[in-house]
Design a protein around this ligand. Structure first.
Ligand SMILES: Cc1cc2nc3c(=O)[nH]c(=O)nc-3n(C[C@H](O)[C@H](O)[C@H](O)COP(=O)(O)O)c2cc1C
Length: 177
């Protein structure tokens, strides 16, 4: 199985990044092929609701890195959406990506793919209700299969690596993907 992680944190070596790597370590033990993309290294412009993607060949006319990102996404079997909580939602970069997935509604490009979210935050799982719901509903809208959420508490850069219990849980989470 091909697993693609979309890292929506601006911090390389941050909590989201380390969790993705740990989940990958677990997933590789099961023979899965894993690839990670740093969204902050990609050019993703905002959706401007021009509605081109709703007609004809469902093509988005915006010139940026989205065609390559969508090509990778449609090749993967499982998509990991990794984002820290910023103001009780995803980071702006992750939201830009999600807004631009509209062409894949009509083409059903992500239908049947498994979706997972990985979300560290200072306040922890108890404040993640809105982000969990947002992804759950978006997966449903795209015809994806919701495979759950890894929610955890961490604040400083790389802090999660000192939490051996959570790192172990991430490893097992990856193994079970
Ligand atoms: C702009 C901004 C907004 C944030 N908002 C929240 C928040 O609403 N609730 C929370 O628990 N943590 C919040 N945080 C903390 C991050 O979620 C936390 O530091 C996380 O571990 C960062 O993950 P990263 O290392 O992968 O970037 C915020 C951080 C930033 C920079």
């Amino acid at each position: 199985m091909m697993i693609l992680a979309l890292n929506g944190s601006p911090r390389k070596g941050g909590n989201t990044d380390l969790l993705i790597d740990q989940i990958f370590t677990g997933a590789r033990k099961k023979g899965h092929i894993c690839q990670k993309i740093y969204l902050y290294e990609s050019k993703i412009s905002p959706c401007v609701d021009c509605r081109h993607c709703k007609q004809g060949d469902f093509h988005c006319p915006i010139k940026d890195d989205m065609p390559q990102l969508m090509a990778l996404m449609t090749k993967a079997d499982t998509l990991l959406f990794g984002t820290p909580i910023y103001w009780y939602g995803p980071t702006a970069k992750m939201k830009l990506l999600i807004d631009r997935l509209r062409p894949l509604i009509a083409t059903k490009g992500l239908a049947g793919k498994k979706g997972v979210i990985i979300v560290p935050s200072e306040e922890g799982a108890s404040i993640c209700g809105s982000i969990v719901k947002m992804f759950e509903m978006s997966f449903h809208y795209l015809g994806m299969v919701n495979r759950g959420a890894f929610l955890t508490t961490a604040y400083e850069k790389g802090e999660i690596s000192q939490n051996s219990g959570e790192m172990q849980r991430a490893l097992k989470f990856g193994y079970r993907l």
